[in-house]
Design a protein around this ligand. Structure first.
Ligand SMILES: Cc1cc2nc3c(=O)[nH]c(=O)nc-3n(C[C@H](O)[C@H](O)[C@H](O)COP(=O)(O)O)c2cc1C
Length: 240
């Protein structure tokens, strides 16, 4: 649960009330987040051609309105891996969610549960497997990579099982970390800070300076945004 004060909560509510769609939320995030963090969230591989193709593919779909149809009882529920969900969407794994908001994975998981669906914790999550399970009530799934170090892999799997996670998502498309042109350009703002350096305590503070985003996040002891990573040292290699 966020511990922000009444004024911060009021400001947040006011900002969110002005957002009417995803584009508005994106514009707000762009204003509020340090550039390195925004680029992590919003950016994509290389020159982002695939991202643009994906967006325009969605744009080619349209809902066909069906009028004069009884919509008194709509049911979007379905079953995935034996789990009933109330709408045909699940939350894809998103690493380091607490970079973006101090409540990160916990807030996202609670929102997913309220909507009747399942959140998935990333192996690169910034909330531990156990913490997320303790602080949320609904079903949880866990995303895993095929780590070259099988002991590390086993450790993650055992922790997920002991904490009651119901299913695993195996990510197989990340044998190497992709090159992201936007991140390479972003390294000049602020000087020396990119996604890697803003994960260190000093880098995090520098990265935050200059945008109001920093205070609520850092004042709650959040520079240690890597708790889930503690067991998986950055650079630990994964199988191809
Ligand atoms: C900010 C961000 C962080 C992500 N982190 C992870 C991750 O930790 N593990 C993973 O398997 N996928 C991760 N993904 C990939 C997403 O889970 C998803 O597969 C991908 O974004 C494609 O879905 P989309 O087209 O709806 O964005 C991440 C994506 C984004 C945008």
């Amino acid at each position: 649960m966020s511990q922000s004060g009444p004024r911060t909560r009021w400001l947040t509510r006011r900002r969110l009330a002005r957002c009417h769609n995803v584009a508005d939320l994106r514009a707000l995030a762009r204003r509020r987040l340090p550039r390195a963090v925004f680029n992590y969230l919003d950016g994509a591989a290389e020159d982002e051609a695939t991202l643009q193709r994906n967006r325009s593919a969605f744009g080619r779909h349209a809902f066909s309105p069906r009028v004069l149809v009884d919509v008194g009882e709509l049911d979007l529920a379905t079953t995935v891996l034996g789990q009933r969900i109330e709408l045909p969407l699940i939350l894809a794994p998103c690493g380091l969610a607490r970079l973006i908001h101090t409540d990160g994975e916990v807030a996202a998981a609670r929102a997913a549960h309220r909507a009747g669906t399942v959140p998935m914790l990333s192996t690169m999550g910034s909330t531990t497997i156990e913490d997320l399970a303790e602080r949320t009530d609904g079903p949880l799934w866990y995303q895993i990579y095929v780590w070259r170090d099988r002991g590390l892999l086993r450790g993650f799997l055992e922790r997920a099982r002991e904490s009651g996670y119901k299913a695993l998502c195996l990510t197989v498309d990340s044998p190497v970390v992709g090159r992201r042109d936007r991140d390479l350009r972003g390294r000049t703002d602020p000087p020396g800070v990119n996604l890697r350096t803003c994960g260190t305590r000093a880098g995090f503070w520098i990265c935050c300076a200059g945008r109001g985003w920093a205070c609520p996040t850092c004042c709650r002891g959040s520079p240690a945004i890597w708790p889930a990573w503690a067991a998986s040292p950055p650079g630990a290699s994964i199988l191809r």
